[in-house]
Design a protein around this ligand. Structure first.
Ligand SMILES: [Zn+2]
Ligand SMILES: [Zn+2]
Length: 350
């Protein structure tokens, strides 16, 4: 790994000197050069991720698609989400707001004598071995993300935001970043805070995030691949996560959060096994949210970036009610089987 760290450091330096530093100086923010250098590391990670996506995951998608591509326009908006999240303003804003906020919160806690669960205090010596602490942090983050994801599906207000992620009916490697901005801020805020609490170093945090995000891109890919009997239980596969996006079995968010739902894990399916939410069936169902179906009210989640963000806020504040299905007052009983083979008419979303 050392050669990679060296190479990464050199590339970061070069990108900083040739692009970022001149811009920062021109804007009159010379006092922020040190932060700008760190931010350049994130920018480089984003660039590398997109190269790997295009070269590797994109090739896999063409090799063995899970479903035919019928709506390229729906994919384009997810590309925009990816560019904003991985390269653009979002990351910069997070970097200059959330991370310093988490820093001051954690140092305040220390001053007050509140325990912060630093890993090297709980397990002395573990941080001397970089690879071992990396694995421990990876597992800790993944457990945290599992429960954050469960919460996104369990609380109606949070589901009203997270359902945007699920509203993609043409899932691809770009869909991982398709999130409501508020949803992203909440999740990233929690992750950054916990990272500071348990004492993840800055370099390790970048590496953890970079690897997790790339694996998440792979899981969302339009790719008919599962990892086999054992592999499926070790690492979240495209099959495993696509099932989480499947209408009717992966999640339920129809006005009352999720009752049931499967495959919430982000990297390691072991959490779904332990907490009894795993589903290892080899099935490839249409993806989306149940209430997008015409017979379930045909909710519109928007087709462009801003309409999707706006409609998310409307759902959050209860201003985006849809007509109840079949004229009935309440939602259908949990697990009621519906025909999910038909896709929502394209015109409805455009
Ligand atoms: Zn979900
Ligand atoms: Zn997803």
């Amino acid at each position: 790994m050392d050669w990679f760290t060296d190479l990464f450091g050199q590339a970061q330096q070069a990108l900083f000197e040739s692009v970022v530093q001149p811009i920062v100086f021109n804007l009159g923010y010379g006092n922020l050069l040190e932060d700008a250098f760190d931010a350049t590391g994130w920018l480089l990670v984003g660039l590398l991720q997109i190269v790997v996506m295009l070269a590797v995951i994109g090739a896999l998608q063409r090799w063995r698609p899970a479903e035919a591509v019928t709506d390229r326009r729906a994919i384009r908006v997810d590309i925009l989400y990816t560019l904003i999240q991985r390269l653009g303003l979002f990351r910069l804003a997070m970097f200059f707001s959330l991370e310093p906020l988490a820093d001051s919160l954690v140092s305040e806690m220390r001053m007050q004598g509140i325990p912060t669960f630093q890993l090297d205090a709980i397990w002395p010596g573990v941080t001397d071995q970089a690879w071992l602490s990396f694995i421990v942090y990876l597992l800790a983050f993944d457990l945290l993300q599992y429960w954050l994801h469960r919460a996104q599906h369990s609380w109606n207000w949070w589901w009203s935001l997270h359902s945007l992620h699920h509203s993609q009916r043409q899932m691809t490697m770009w869909s991982d970043s398709r999130n409501h901005l508020l949803d992203d801020i909440l999740i990233d805020g929690a992750v950054v805070l916990v990272a500071r609490l348990i004492g993840v170093g800055p370099g390790q945090f970048v590496a953890l995030t970079a690897i997790s995000q790339l694996l998440e891109n792979l899981q969302h890919a339009n790719l008919r691949v599962s990892f086999g009997l054992i592999g499926e239980r070790l690492l979240v596969s495209p099959r495993f996560h696509r099932l989480h996006h499947s209408i009717g079995i992966g999640h339920e968010g129809f006005g009352r959060g999720t009752l049931g739902g499967h495959n919430f894990a982000v990297l390691f399916p072991v959490w779904d096994v332990i907490f009894r939410t795993s589903n290892f069936e080899d099935r490839w169902d249409p993806t989306g949210v149940r209430d997008q179906l015409p017979e379930e009210g045909g909710r519109d989640y928007g087709s462009g970036y801003w309409s999707q963000q706006w409609l998310g806020l409307k759902r959050l504040f209860g201003r985006d009610k849809i007509a109840p299905a079949h004229g009935g007052g309440d939602t259908p009983a949990g697990g009621a089987s519906i025909d999910i083979t038909g896709r929502a008419p394209a015109g409805g979303n455009d």
